[in-house]
Design a protein around this ligand. Structure first.
Ligand code: NAP
Ligand code: MN
Length: 266
């Protein structure tokens, strides 16, 4: 099996990375950065997010796995102490695959430039380049509200524990094929009104954002920040692609949520 490992770049992650690489090569696995079937991230969730984007054109044949060298991650859920067991499992056992939904973002332009298509593992956020963001929000092509405020966040289920959670969004189990629209500080008074609650949309229900006046936006896709000019619309929906995680042991999503946010008092 072809594999690659990337490190967050700190000393601990680099050392762990080298150790795993040596063991796996000794076990007969093949180091291949171009066409890996297994991509191991050592560091944190951010390291796995970078790998997701690096191998974004090979999602159907690549499986991801993450080791955390800092706090427990949602994607990076193996501890450094478990690495020896993990390496043996990788070498000896065929892995199960768990698939999580992704978010598709299509940006269209006024000047007729071809659309830009992105896939997000966590979320897409849209903010104004200056002043408040003002956008019409259409759901399934019907006008739902005119949003005025700091910005909008559209997240995947596995991204619901990241930025979305900080915005008061719900935590969504990744077995649900859905996206969540959460507001960032909407302006609500007699003139402007938004629903206020985060919305969870099922597959095939698109969320279309149309500029009301300014047409330049700061759009983030996971950890990437992009400036988009002359925007006609931003369309978000559950993507047809999925991300695949290699599973060697069970660590249920709600246990990860509990360990990350609630702690272990019982
Ligand atoms: P970062 O600034 O290091 O990330 C912020 C934190 O989010 C880190 O602790 C990161 O974990 C954690 N994280 C990433 N994905 C997560 C997930 N699915 N569930 C729970 N926590 C998650 O930048 P980064 O590591 O490149 O990550 C980019 C992400 O940061 C964005 O996708 C966005 O979700 C998040 N973010 C959050 C806020 C906020 O909460 N107010 C604001 C901006 C961005 P690690 O330390 O393990 O990397
Ligand atoms: Mn990070």
């Amino acid at each position: 099996m072809n594999f690659t490992i990337t490190s967050k770049g700190d000393e601990t992650s680099d050392a762990l990375c080298e150790k795993m690489k040596t063991y796996l090569i000794d076990f007969g696995l093949v180091w291949n950065e171009e066409k890996p079937e297994l991509v191991i991230s050592v560091g944190g969730d951010g390291t796995l997010l970078s790998n997701f984007h690096r191998y974004r054109n090979r999602l159907s044949t690549t499986a991801f796995i993450g080791v955390h060298t800092g706090h427990l991650g949602f994607y990076a859920d193996w501890t450094p102490q478990e690495v020896e067991k993990l390496v043996i499992d990788i070498a000896k056992t065929p892995f199960d695959i768990v698939e999580y939904p992704l978010l598709e973002v299509m940006v269209s332009y006024i000047n007729g430039d071809s659309d830009s298509r992105y896939l997000a593992l966590n979320e897409c956020t849209v903010k104004a380049t200056e002043g408040s963001l003002v956008m019409d929000v259409l759901i399934k092509n019907d006008h739902f509200e005119t949003f005025r405020g700091d910005g909008l966040c559209i997240s995947t289920p596995s991204g619901s524990t990241a930025y979305n959670k900080a915005l008061g969004g719900a935590i969504v189990h990744p077995s649900l094929e859905a996206i969540q629209l959460a507001e960032m500080a909407s302006i609500n008074n007699r003139v402007f009104r938004t629903v206020g609650s985060p919305l969870i949309l099922p597959k095939h229900h698109t969320c279309l954002l149309i500029p009301v006046n300014d047409v330049n936006f700061t759009v983030t896709i996971d950890h990437l920040t992009l400036l988009h000019k002359d925007v006609k619309s931003i369309r978000c929906k559950v993507a047809s692609e999925k991300v695949r995680f290699a599973r060697y042991r069970s660590f249920p999503f709600w246990s990860r949520v509990k360990e990350s946010f609630v702690g272990d008092k019982s």
